[in-house]
Write a protein that binds this ligand. Structure first.
Ligand code: ZN
Length: 153
C-alpha cells in the first residue's frame, strides 16, 4: 500500500482490527521510508460469476437486477424489502454454489424460479411468464399443470 505522503510502496503494519460487523479489517501502518502513519481498510469481497446473456454478451453480475425482477414479480401486499432481501440472499448463495466463473442468465432464472416455487406461487408464475416468454395461454396453463404435477411427487 502506497504511502499517501511520500509515495513509498512499503509500510509496516502496527495494528490490525476487525470491524464490529466482521466485514472490514482496519490496519494501522507506518511508512518504511518517511515514518508517516496512516491506516488502510480491507473489505471482504465476494466474487460473483459473470453473466452470459441470451444474446451471448457477458456482463457483470448485478444483485440489483435480481431484486428488481423479484419486486416486479411479487404481490404488492406480500412484498416487503425484508422478504426481497431474504429471497435475494438465498438466490445469491445458490449462484455462488455453482463455483463457476460464468453463469448464464437462464441458469439464474432457473435458480430464481426454484426459490419462488414453494413459498410464492403467484410470484413464481409471474416470473416464469417473463422468463420463459410464454407465447400463449396454453403454454401458461401447461406450466401450471407442471407445478401441480411436481407437488404430487
Ligand atoms: Zn512515506
Amino acid at each position: 500500500m502506497r504511502c499517501p505522503k511520500c509515495g513509498f510502496f512499503d509500510s509496516k503494519v502496527t495494528d490490525t482490527r476487525l470491524s464490529m460487523d466482521g466485514v472490514n479489517i482496519k490496519r494501522r501502518r507506518t511508512c518504511l521510508s518517511c515514518g508517516y502513519k496512516f491506516a488502510t481498510v480491507e473489505r471482504v469481497v465476494v466474487e460473483f460469476p459473470y453473466v452470459i446473456k441470451r444474446s451471448g454478451e457477458i456482463v457483470e453480475f448485478n444483485e440489483n437486477k435480481i431484486k428488481k425482477s423479484l419486486t416486479r414479480a411479487m404481490d404488492k401486499e406480500q412484498c416487503s424489502e425484508e422478504i426481497i432481501e431474504k429471497i435475494t440472499a438465498k438466490i445469491l448463495s445458490r449462484v455462488l454454489e455453482t463455483k463457476s466463473d460464468k453463469i448464464s442468465s437462464q441458469e439464474i432464472g432457473a435458480i430464481i424460479l426454484n426459490e419462488l416455487k414453494s413459498q410464492y406461487p403467484v410470484a413464481y408464475m409471474r416470473f416464469a411468464s417473463v422468463y420463459k416468454n410464454f407465447k400463449s395461454a396454453n403454454e401458461f396453463a401447461s406450466e401450471c399443470k407442471l407445478i401441480d404435477g411436481e407437488k404430487n411427487h
